[in-house]
Design a protein around this ligand. Structure first.
Ligand code: MG
Length: 162
């Protein structure tokens, strides 16, 4: 018998000057980065929350608290590897993951496969099991004004139970 779970994650980070923009573990050539305690990789944060939620073990705020200085400037892809190890240790397999970025700029499509490959590598799965796409809000709201980036992620996990 197997146990199947879904998890959903959501995150938002604001743009700031003077930081490198990292999305899905890939550095983007862009004049601004995202504010945050770690590298502020909003896509990977949403994805980690989706995985931890499907495992019913809390969220990244509990696992990697921003009061802990050891996570200052941390690579979120490195944190995703830790989440993937925990997933494996508890017997979970990632069946599929899909992510949506909400932003006005930069253009995601030229970097999509690099992001998918980097995320899939951290999760130890084939690239075909990681979907990433982007949308705008047609100029509406904070994302529409280009003030930051939001990300949604859903995952399906499976665990074989005796
Ligand atoms: Mg975050």
């Amino acid at each position: 018998m197997s146990s199947i779970r879904v998890g959903m994650g959501y995150d938002v980070h604001a743009f700031v000057d003077g930081r490198v923009l990292v999305l899905g573990g890939v550095e983007f050539p862009f004049p601004k980065g995202l504010a945050g305690h770690s590298d502020a990789d909003v896509l990977v944060h949403a994805l980690m929350d989706a995985i931890l939620s499907a495992m019913r073990v809390g969220d990244i705020g509990e696992l990697f608290p921003d009061t802990d200085s050891s996570f200052a400037g941390a690579s979120s892809i490195g944190l995703l590897r830790i989440v993937a190890s925990r997933m494996a240790a508890e017997g979970w397999t990632l069946v599929d993951a899909d992510c949506v970025l909400v932003l006005e700029a930069p253009m995601i499509s030229p970097h999509r496969d690099a992001m998918r490959s980097t995320v899939a590598g951290a999760l130890g799965v084939d690239i075909e099991f990681v979907g990433i796409k982007a949308t705008t809000t047609e100029g509406l709201g904070a994302m529409g004004r280009g003030e930051g980036i939001a990300a949604y992620a859903v995952v399906l996990l499976e665990r074989v139970v005796a």
